[in-house]
Ligand binder design. Structure first.
Ligand code: ADP
Length: 538
């Protein structure tokens, strides 16, 4: 029997119309440096989007064309988030921290025709300008050194010449609205094209009390960059329900962030563990009292960080899991009913609980699903309307299994649908045929008072095939503990056979373009003999 419901497209245009009218007084606050916070209402940002759509149209952008953004988080980037998909084009957020060869690769692979760039980072784009084969126009916003970019257009001049009230088309809900490349920890980055429909559904999902709890009462500080998996879907989620957005631009260090929080008093924030760790250690006196919670993910969130925020700032951290391919919300770890706040850290250290709208399972090496008993470990697979079903012009059949995306993450699921990731498949340490979770070891090590960061990687071992090498960064001013003392510390906290024999003390853990521990670099440094390894007698 056919349904009798209206078949209107689920597109970003519907979100734009809703945000600009119903939530016209929502605010986008952009931080420009000490004491300089500029406000734009949602109605003003929507008008700016209209003008931008007009300017891009005049430059020849048509339905389906890709428009890149090479920008920090700010109001103009939000306007681009709205204008580009709503005019039927595809927003391609470029990661400003990619290595030049990867940046050139993703721009050419996506065939971007126009790029909007912040003047302050124009030199980063200039490095690859002569390798770009499809870019016709570079539009520069704000002051900066644009030499090396060739002919450029001025953003303000372009949009000031346009009127508000652009005549938007009504894009098909299955057409691409935006795209984002994975950070390419192995091989070339892969392109994920989000549809209007997936963006619409994911945005509505952010309003749930089980996910980000966005509502018109909230104000979110967007620390996670708009070029990283669409800032975890927060800009569209916030826009569609009137949550104020606070945009810190390039001011992402502990001190400026503390000031932004004090001045704008956000109720929610989202960031990767490295940034939160930086605030905890370098701005311990910050006033975070406005924050109801901080959503943290992108890599495992150490217990010490969750406890540190609770005891030092009285702020709750909620862990989430997802990836570029999952839009990215897939699991969010709100403690279930019946768990009191004073007892909830054991829940918060879990990776997260499966979000409604997605389905998750774990499979063994033979591809058979495993039970949800909190014990069985397998590769996590996921499917749902905001999970990618293929990569842009990149046939990678091995990433899919019977219509499920293979995430490359290994973990367990418990009877309540809480996921616990133990590792990325490529980071697992196989010692004597048994798995050691590098993530668990890192978490425990980062609970040691002298340790600021710890990354554990597999290194070859004659007897056990692989053993863990613990790469440790000490807290400022801390004395280096002996390997015996570290052994004693780990005893009882992890299985005895997990305890590393090999240790190295380093200045900093190398990070990827999105701020994650870059274990590939550590493994290479170890193979090249660049790390001074202290061995404990085993
Ligand atoms: P990339 O895959 O290019 O590193 P993503 O930002 O898409 O970029 O990263 C997704 C990956 O990050 C996940 O597959 C997972 O390995 C890791 N990750 C994200 N959130 C968590 C979490 N809460 N705990 C452990 N790992 C996480």
């Amino acid at each position: 029997m056919p349904s009798t419901m209206m078949d209107l497209p689920l597109n970003v245009n519907a979100l734009l119309r809703h945000g600009r009218t119903v939530h016209h007084d929502g605010l986008v606050l952009t931080y420009h440096g000490p004491g300089d916070i500029r406000e734009a209402t949602f109605a003003e940002v929507a008008n700016q989007a209209d003008r931008l759509a007009g300017a891009l149209h005049r430059l020849g952008i048509q339905s389906g064309d890709r428009v890149g953004t090479f920008m920090w988080n700010h109001d103009a980037h939000m306007a681009a988030y709205l204008a580009i998909p709503c005019m039927g084009a595809v927003l391609h957020t470029l990661n400003i921290r990619l290595f030049p060869e990867q940046l050139a690769y993703v721009i050419n692979h996506a065939a971007d025709r126009v790029i909007l760039v912040d003047g302050s980072i124009a030199p980063l784009l200039a490095k690859v300008r002569d390798q770009l084969t499809t870019v016709e126009h570079i539009v520069v916003r704000g002051a900066g050194d644009t030499s090396g970019l060739g002919h450029t257009l001025d953003y303000d001049e372009l949009i000031n010449a346009e009127e508000t009230g652009f005549d938007y088309p009504e894009p098909d809900e299955r057409s691409a609205a935006a795209m984002c490349y994975t950070s390419g920890t192995t091989g070339n980055p892969k392109g994920v094209a989000y549809s209007h429909r997936s963006t619409f559904l994911h945005s509505i999902a952010t309003h749930s009390a089980q996910t980000l709890q966005f509502s018109q009462k909230e104000r979110v500080l967007l620390i996670v960059p708009q070029f990283h998996a669409n800032a975890w879907g927060m800009p569209y989620g916030a826009w569609s329900v009137g949550t104020d957005l606070v945009m810190p631009q390039q001011f992402l260090q502990a001190g400026p962030l503390a000031e932004v929080i004090k001045e704008t008093r956000p109720t929610i924030s989202g960031a990767v563990p490295t940034v939160l760790n930086d605030i905890l250690h370098n701005a311990p006196d910050a006033d975070l009292s406005s924050l109801r919670y901080i959503v943290c993910g992108g890599s495992a969130v150490p217990r010490a960080l969750i406890e540190g925020y609770r005891s030092n700032f009285d702020v709750d951290i909620v862990q989430a899991w997802g990836m570029t391919e999952t839009s990215p919300l897939a699991a969010v770890g709100w403690p279930p009913r019946g768990v009191a706040r004073e007892d909830d850290i054991d829940v918060r250290v879990k990776t997260g609980r499966i979000v409604a709208g997605t389905e998750v399972r774990i499979c063994n090496d033979a591809g058979s699903p495993l039970p949800w008993d909190g014990q069985a470990q397998g590769e996590i697979e996921i499917r749902g309307p905001w999970i990618t079903g293929s990569y842009h012009l990149d046939p990678t059949e091995e990433k899919f299994h019977d219509g499920w995306l293979r995430t490359g993450d290994v973990g367990s699921i418990d009877t309540d649908g809480f996921i616990q990731i133990s590792d990325r498949a490529k980071d697992v340490i196989k010692s004597g045929g048994e798995w050691i979770s590098s993530v668990d070891l890192e978490n425990v090590l980062m609970g040691h008072e002298a340790i600021k960061e710890a990354a554990v990687v597999a290194v070859p071992d004659d007897r056990w095939d692989e053993r863990p090498l613990a790469c440790v960064v000490l807290q400022e001013g801390a004395d280096q503990p002996s390997t015996e003392a570290l052994n004693d510390y780990l005893t009882g906290r992890v299985a005895k056979w997990w305890i590393p024999e090999r240790w190295t003390f380093i200045e900093e853990v190398p990070k990827t373009s999105v701020g994650k521990f870059d274990k590939k670099v550590l493994r290479r440094q170890h193979a090249d003999g660049e790390l001074v390894v202290v061995a404990r007698d085993s």
